[in-house]
Design a protein around this ligand. Structure first.
Ligand code: ZN
Ligand code: ZN
Length: 361
C-alpha cells in the first residue's frame, strides 16, 4: 500500500489551518500505518508527529518504519504527549488547528482548549482524511478482495448445513469461525442471520430461533483482512423456496433491483442515481414502502465509510471507490429479502468483489 504518500495528499487539503490533529484511530492507521488503540497524529505543513503511550513503544516504531510514512514518534504518558504536541504546534508558529469534528468528544474538546492547546484557535474539520480514504489504492483493493474471498468461501462451506435444524445464532457463529479459519482477523461487523419473520428486521440480531425448511434467511456478513472489510448479503433457504407468493415475488424484485443498481455504478455517476435505480424497480413492483433503508455505503477500513449511496447523497462515484449495492424488501410478520454486493467503481462500470452465487435467490 502507498501509505507514505498519503500525508502529502492530505496536506494539499489543509489550507484552512496549519496543523490538523488527527484523533480517529482509523485515520491514524490510514496515514501512518500505526494500529494501536491510543494515539494522536499532528500533521503540519512539512512534518508530522505521532504521540502514543508506552504500551505501543515497539509496535509504533516498527509500524512507522514498515509504512515509510514520514512521521516523528513520541512515546510518553499523557503529560509528555501534551508537551510534545504543544512543542510541535509552537515550533510551527501555529495559531489555528483543525480537529476532527466527528471524532472529538465534548470532554476532550474542553481538555484540548483548556489544558493542551490554550492560545490556539481550535476549528472543526470534517471528512478531510475520509475523502482520501474513499479512493482505494491497489494494495487496499487486494486486501478487500481477499476479505471478500474469505467470506465467499465461508458461505460456500456452510450453506449445505442450513437445513440441519441449526439456530440463527449457531449458523452465525459457524460463519464467523470459518472466516477466521480462512484468515480473517475477525468478522467485519456482527453477523446477521435472520430467518422467517425475523428477516423483516433489516438488522436483526441472530438468536435461538431454529432455521426451518422453506424459509427465506437473510445472511449479511463480512470478513476483516489486514484491516480491510468486506460486506455481502445473500437471501437463502433450506430445501425449498418460500411458499408465500408475496415473498417469492419480493425475492425476484430485489434480485432485479440489485442487478440494475450494480449496472448503474460507474465513475462519474451520482451515488443518488444508483439509489434511485434500485428504488424505482422496487416501487414499480408496489414495494416502495417496504424498502426502508438506503441502497449502500462505502467500505474500507471501516464497514461504513464514504461515499454514501443514498437518495440524499451528494457524492459522485469515482474510480477506486468501493461501495455496496444492497436493496431490500421487508414485510412485517412475514419475512424479508436483501441482496448485497461490494463492488469497485471503475471508469466504465464496476468490478464485484463479493462473488457468491445468487442462483438460489
Ligand atoms: Zn451488509
Ligand atoms: Zn452493507
Amino acid at each position: 500500500m502507498a501509505v507514505s504518500s498519503r500525508l502529502g495528499a492530505l496536506r494539499s487539503q489543509l489550507q484552512e489551518f496549519s496543523v490538523l490533529l488527527v484523533s480517529s484511530l482509523t485515520n491514524i492507521r490510514y496515514l501512518s500505518g500505526f494500529t494501536g488503540s491510543a494515539g494522536l497524529l499532528a500533521v503540519g505543513p512539512d512534518k508530522a508527529l505521532l504521540v502514543t503511550d508506552g504500551r505501543y513503544e515497539t509496535q509504533a516504531a516498527e509500524q512507522l518504519t514498515a509504512s515509510g510514512a514520514p512521521v516523528e514518534l513520541e512515546v510518553a504518558g499523557v503529560a509528555g504527549q501534551r508537551q510534545a504536541l504543544a512543542r510541535f504546534v509552537d515550533d510551527l508558529g501555529c495559531r489555528r488547528m483543525g480537529l476532527e469534528a466527528g471524532n472529538v468528544t465534548w470532554a476532550r474538546l474542553k481538555a484540548f482548549q483548556e489544558e493542551w492547546f490554550p492560545g490556539v484557535e481550535l476549528v472543526p474539520s470534517e471528512g478531510c482524511v475520509e475523502a482520501l480514504r474513499a479512493r482505494k489504492d491497489p494494495g487496499e483493493l487486494d486486501r478487500m478482495g481477499e476479505a471478500a474471498r474469505i467470506a465467499d468461501a465461508a458461505l460456500a462451506k456452510l450453506l449445505p448445513r442450513l437445513g440441519e435444524g441449526l439456530s440463527e445464532a449457531s449458523f452465525g457463529r459457524l460463519l464467523d469461525f470459518e472466516m477466521r479459519e480462512l484468515g480473517a482477523s475477525e468478522p467485519s461487523f456482527e453477523t446477521i442471520v435472520a430467518s422467517g419473520p425475523n428477516a423483516a428486521k433489516p438488522h436483526h440480531r441472530p438468536g435461538g430461533r431454529t432455521i426451518e425448511a422453506g424459509e427465506a434467511v437473510v445472511v449479511d456478513f463480512g470478513a476483516r483482512f489486514d484491516g480491510y472489510c468486506s460486506d455481502m448479503t445473500r437471501t437463502v433457504w433450506a430445501s425449498k423456496p418460500p411458499a408465500d407468493a408475496e415473498m417469492r415475488r419480493a425475492i425476484s424484485v430485489v434480485a432485479q433491483a440489485q442487478s440494475a443498481g450494480v449496472e448503474a455504478v460507474r465513475a462519474g455517476v451520482c451515488a443518488a442515481d444508483v439509489d434511485r435505480v434500485c428504488r424505482d424497480v422496487i416501487a414499480d413492483a408496489g414495494f416502495a414502502e417496504r424498502f426502508v433503508h438506503s441502497t449502500g455505503h462505502g467500505v474500507g477500513l471501516d464497514i461504513h465509510e464514504a461515499p454514501s449511496v443514498a437518495a440524499a447523497s451528494g457524492d459522485t462515484l469515482e474510480a477506486g471507490h468501493v461501495v455496496t449495492v444492497e436493496p431490500g424488501v421487508y414485510i412485517p410478520g412475514v419475512g424479508g429479502v436483501r441482496i448485497e454486493d461490494t463492488v469497485v467503481v471503475t471508469e466504465d462500470g464496476c468490478r464485484p468483489l463479493t462473488l457468491s452465487p445468487k442462483e438460489s435467490i
